[in-house]
Ligand binder design. Structure first.
Ligand code: AMP
Ligand code: MG
Length: 481
C-alpha cells in the first residue's frame, strides 16, 4: 500500500485514535482481489487480507482513528455522532493516484458509540458488501469494500447474530455532518477544515473567485447527480441522514437500502422509517433538504468585506443548481433507458408514461426495462390489466423511434439497463448460507453483479430476474445492523 495519511493532519479534536478490537474466531468471508489490486496492495498484503479485514493487522503509517461528526437524523438535530463502530485504518493511493480511505466497520466501541456495541453483524456486512460492489458495477459512485470477515462471536440484535467486519473503501468519509459538528461544537476549526476539504476533494475550486461558493456548488451538483443515478436504477438508500451523505457525492452508509423491484415509488424499504421519509420518491427532495441544512454551516465562512446579506443570498443561490442538475441527469438517463432520443420533445413524457404503467400495473422496474430493450412488447402487454393504456403507450413509443438511428439507441439501452440488481431475496439467500459458513452464494452474486448489464446464463438463477410472487412475504430490513 502507498499511504497518504492526510486525515492525521487535521486538528486532533476531530478524531480519536484507537486500535480495533478483533472478534473471537475471525475467519474469511469474501475478498475483492481486483479492488485490492487497484488499490496497489502487494502480494504479501493480499495474502494477509483476513488479518487486515478483521482488525488483527494495522499499519504504522496510519494509527487507526474514529471520526467525530454530527447530523440530522430523520429530520431532527441529533447532536454529536461519530464513528461508533468503524475506524479509519488507512488512506492509500490507488492506481489512478486517487486517495482512498480504508474504513473497518464493526471494529469495536469508540467514544462515539453512544448506546451501541461497536459491532456489525454478518447479515448487514454482506448486504453492504454486495450492494457497494453492485453500485460500482452499475457506474454509480459509491463506497465499495476490499473484503469482509465473519467470526464465531455472537452479537445481539433482535436475535443473536454473528459478528463480522467489513473493510470499506471510499474516496471520502467526510460527511455533511462533519460541518454540522464543527459549526456547533468547535467553530474555530471551520475555516481550516473547509480549506482541507477543498484541497483534497475540489482543488479546482481554490482557483475560483469565491472558492467557498464554488465548493458549495460542486458538492450540491455531485449530490444531485448521484441521486439521479440512484433513481434511474431504482436504488433507495434507506437512511439519508446528513451524517450518511458525504461531500463528494459518492454513496455511503446505506444500511437498510433496497433495490426497488415492483415499481412502487412510495415503497418503504427501511422498516424503521415509520413515516416513509426516505422512500424512493422522496430521495431527490431529501437530498435538497440535507444540502440546505449543510449550507447553513458555511455562513460563518463569509469573506472579509463581503456584505452579510449578500453572502447568505449567494450561498442560497448555490442550491438553485440542485434541481436543474438532477433533472438534466435524470431526463437524459431515462431517455437512454427507454431507447429514445434525448433531443426529441416527446421522449421524456413517453418515459414518464411508461413509469406510470409500471406503477399502476405493479410491474418489476428492472425486468420491464429489459423487456422493452428486448422488444418483448407482448410479455409486457400480457402482464397489464389495462391493455389499452399499454397499447397507446406503445404506439407513441414506436412513433418516436421511427426514423431514428435505433441501432445506436438500442446499444445505449444495453449499457444502461441492468439485467441484474441485488434483490432483497437474493441477498437474503446468500446471508442464510453464510451464517452456516457457506460463502458460495456470496461468491456467485459477487460475480453476477460484476457485469450487471450482460446476461450470464451460466451463473444466473431464475429468481435473479424477477421479484418474488406477491404472496411470498418480503424480507424485512431495518436500521438494526
Ligand atoms: P447509521 O445511521 O447506521 O449510519 O448510524 C448512526 C450512528 O450510530 C453512527 O454514528 C454510527 O457509528 C452509530 N452506530 C450504529 N450502530 C452502532 C453500533 N452497533 N455500535 C455503535 N455505534 C453504532
Ligand atoms: Mg452512518
Amino acid at each position: 500500500m502507498l499511504f497518504n495519511s492526510r486525515y492525521l493532519t487535521l486538528n486532533p479534536k476531530l478524531y480519536h485514535q484507537q486500535m480495533p478490537l478483533p472478534l473471537v474466531g475471525a475467519k474469511a468471508g469474501h475478498f475483492n482481489q481486483a479492488l485490492a489490486e487497484e488499490l496497489q496492495w502487494t502480494a504479501e498484503e493480499q495474502a494477509d487480507w483476513v488479518e487486515i479485514c478483521s482488525g488483527q493487522k494495522t499499519f504504522a503509517e496510519f494509527p487507526p482513528l474514529a471520526m467525530v461528526y454530527a447530523g440530522h437524523q430523520f429530520g431532527q438535530w441529533a447532536g454529536q455522532l461519530g464513528d461508533g463502530r468503524g475506524l479509519l485504518i488507512a488512506q492509500i493511493l490507488d492506481q489512478k493516484k486517487q486517495t482512498i480511505d480504508l474504513h473497518l466497520k464493526g471494529a469495536g466501541q469508540t467514544p462515539y458509540s453512544r448506546m451501541g456495541d461497536g459491532r456489525a453483524v454478518l447479515r448487514s456486512v454482506i448486504r453492504e458488501y454486495l450492494a457497494g460492489h453492485a453500485l460500482n458495477a452499475l457506474g454509480i459512485p459509491s463506497s465499495n469494500a476490499v473484503g469482509f470477515t465473519s467470526s464465531t462471536q455472537g452479537v445481539q440484535r433482535e436475535k443473536l447474530e454473528l459478528g463480522a467486519m467489513l473493510l470499506r473503501t471510499s474516496d471520502c468519509h467526510i460527511r455533511l455532518g462533519h460541518f454540522e459538528w464543527i459549526n456547533q461544537y468547535q467553530s474555530d476549526l471551520l475555516a481550516d477544515f473547509t480549506q482541507k476539504c477543498m484541497e483534497w476533494h475540489y482543488p479546482e475550486c481554490l482557483l475560483a473567485e469565491q472558492p467557498i461558493l464554488a465548493f458549495a456548488t460542486q458538492v450540491i451538483q455531485r449530490t444531485a447527480v448521484m441521486i439521479a443515478k440512484w433513481q434511474l436504477v431504482g436504488f433507495a438508500h434507506g437512511v439519508m441522514n446528513t451524517d450518511n451523505l458525504n461531500i463528494t457525492g459518492s454513496t455511503l452508509d446505506f444500511g437498510p437500502y433496497g433495490f426497488m423491484e415492483r415499481f412502487r415509488p412510495n415503497w418503504i424499504n427501511n422498516h424503521s422509517d415509520y413515516q416513509g421519509r426516505y422512500t424512493y420518491q422522496q430521495q431527490p427532495s431529501i437530498g435538497h433538504w440535507n444540502l440546505w441544512m449543510w449550507l447553513n454551516n458555511l455562513i460563518p465562512l463569509r469573506p472579509e468585506n463581503y456584505d452579510k446579506e449578500q453572502w447568505k443570498e449567494d450561498l442560497t443561490a448555490c442550491l438553485s443548481h440542485y434541481e436543474p442538475t438532477f433533472l438534466e441527469h435524470y431526463r437524459l438517463g431515462l431517455c437512454q433507458k427507454m431507447g429514445l432520443p434525448d433531443f426529441h420533445k416527446d421522449s421524456f413524457d413517453c418515459g414518464m408514461l411508461f413509469l406510470r404503467i409500471l406503477q399502476s400495473e405493479q410491474l418489476d422496474y428492472t425486468q420491464s426495462f429489459i423487456r422493452l430493450q428486448n422488444q418483448d412488447y407482448q410479455l409486457l402487454l400480457d402482464d397489464c390489466l389495462d391493455r389499452r393504456q399499454f397499447e397507446s403507450f406503445l404506439q407513441q413509443y414506436k412513433q418516436i423511434r421511427a426514423n431514428q438511428d435505433t441501432a445506436e439507441l438500442d446499444a445505449t439501452m444495453q449499457q444502461t439497463n441492468p439485467v441484474y440488481i441485488l434483490r432483497n431475496h437474493m441477498a437474503q439467500k446468500a446471508i442464510e448460507l453464510a451464517e452456516r459458513n457457506d460463502f458460495s452464494e456470496v461468491e456467485r452474486l459477487f460475480n453476477l453483479l460484476s457485469q450487471p448489464f450482460e446476461r450470464n446464463v451460466a451463473l444466473e438463477k431464475t429468481e435473479d430476474l424477477a421479484p418474488l410472487p406477491n404472496d411470498v412475504p418480503e424480507v424485512m430490513v431495518s436500521c438494526s445492523s
